[in-house]
Ligand binder design. Structure first.
Ligand SMILES: *Cc1c(COP(=O)(O)O)cnc(C)c1O
Length: 396
């Protein structure tokens, strides 16, 4: 083909050759992949050679991030999805069928809870929620149709800890799958497959990507057949994420261990500091000895904590308003795992759908805040909290 000819066709010019390789994964937004011949395509479809065809079925940027997460979780064949909720949906809707029953933790992430409360019953799938720290209660919630148990290791926002070992034994005994949403704990603190889980879910959006600029999810199954079913279901539904989001997430993952260690060390210090402030009624942090699940947390999390701290101030909504106003430089935003510290107020956000009475039963009052500790200088962060609590409560 002459040079002239190529210039008039609608195709990019070929990449220049390079004997050296980029050290950063190239971004590959291509939706389709061209093959040389039908024979070459056959080789690919029959698995004789590796290759991509259409990006809903997979693309290099997703493969790279999935391999990274697989290595962190001790998994193989993990699947990336466009959000954490897409991963939860793939598990609940891709593996359960009409007539099945699932037992969920009673403090699951709000949207997961909603999928269980509203979408599964519509499909004829039964749901019961129970306390995942109480094995007798979880056992009592099970029926002969229970195919799955879905829990988070550390709950939002009261940071209760699930008895994962007890749940793994219960799942094994009853033949149900144990599904663990490991978003809060991350594989840095806890690897569910090492403790008997069958399926692991992540919202990569949070700590793993870590910069609040990517939505992404991950799901991996220990059993290869289940892993294959999850892959096929997510391709069929089009849950595949965009290459750019995967590319950003990979960049975030490279600093994840450093960020996690720093944030959780600061969180431990902040928790202890808050506990000594006038106007603070209680502090919830699993690594503190006054936490109701301290022993379980120490056992499961191997000395690692998490970057989340919750605390309750004396006072009502006026105190809460004064606190977010006074906490200058901290974002009052309902997310977690960002490089900067963020505050969430469950009574007006994640738990606003509950009655005040139901919230009170969970210990969530107007003075209750959840803190996702970021990477600020710990001294500066502690100073901001000290001043904001004093300004809000009028004490200190
Ligand atoms: C945020 C979150 C999800 C949902 O993830 P998205 O990426 O926001 O869809 C699921 N589980 C937990 C524990 C979460 O914190």
């Amino acid at each position: 083909m002459t040079r002239n000819h190529r210039g008039s066709l609608i195709r990019p010019f070929p990449l220049p050759g390079s004997a050296s390789r980029p050290v950063v994964t190239p971004l590959s937004p291509s939706v389709v992949y061209a093959s040389d011949t039908p024979d070459a395509l056959d080789d690919q479809y029959e698995g004789r050679v590796q290759g991509y065809t259409y990006s809903r079925e997979g693309h290099p940027n997703a493969s790279v991030v999935a391999a990274h997460l697989d290595a962190m979780e001790g998994a193989t064949g993990g699947v990336l999805t466009g959000s954490g909720m897409a991963a939860v949906g793939a598990v609940l809707m891709g593996l359960l069928k009409t007539g099945d029953h699932v037992v969920g933790g009673n403090q699951l992430y709000g949207r997961s809870r909603r999928m269980m409360a509203e979408d599964l019953p519509r499909l004829g799938i039964g749901v019961t929620l129970a306390d995942p720290g109480d094995i007798a209660a979880m056992r009592a919630a099970m029926t002969p149709q229970t195919k799955m148990i879905l829990v988070e290791v550390v709950s939002n926002p009261t940071l209760r800890v699930a008895d994962i070992r007890g749940l793994a034994a219960l799942a094994k005994e009853t033949g149900a799958l144990l599904v663990v949403d490991n978003t809060f704990t991350t594989p840095r603190a806890f690897r569910p497959f090492d403790h008997g889980a069958d399926i692991v879910i992540h919202s990569i959006t949070k700590l793993l990507a870590g910069h609040s600029d990517v939505m992404l999810g991950y799901v991996a199954a220990r059993d290869p057949d289940l892993a294959q079913r999850l892959m096929v279901f997510s391709v069929t539904l089009g849950l595949t994420p965009s290459p750019f989001d995967c590319w950003l997430a990979e960049r975030g993952l490279l600093t994840f261990p450093l960020r996690f260690d720093r944030a959780q060390a600061t969180a431990a210090r902040l928790a202890d500091h808050l506990a000594g402030l006038p106007g603070v009624r209680r502090v919830l942090y699993p690594m503190r000895e006054d936490h109701p699940d301290h022993a379980l947390a120490a056992d499961l999390l191997g000395g690692q904590g998490c970057n989340m701290v919750s605390f309750e101030m004396e006072g009502g909504r006026a105190t809460a308003n004064a606190f977010t106003r006074a906490a200058e430089g901290l974002s009052f935003a309902p997310t977690l795992g960002d490089v900067g510290t963020t505050l969430s107020h469950p009574a007006s956000s994640s738990h606003r759908g509950l009655t005040a009475q139901d919230r009170a039963a969970l210990g969530i009052t107007e003075g209750f805040f959840r803190v996702s500790v970021g990477l600020e200088d710990p001294e500066a962060l502690i100073a901001v909290f000290t001043e904001a609590v004093a300004a809000a409560t009028g004490r200190g």
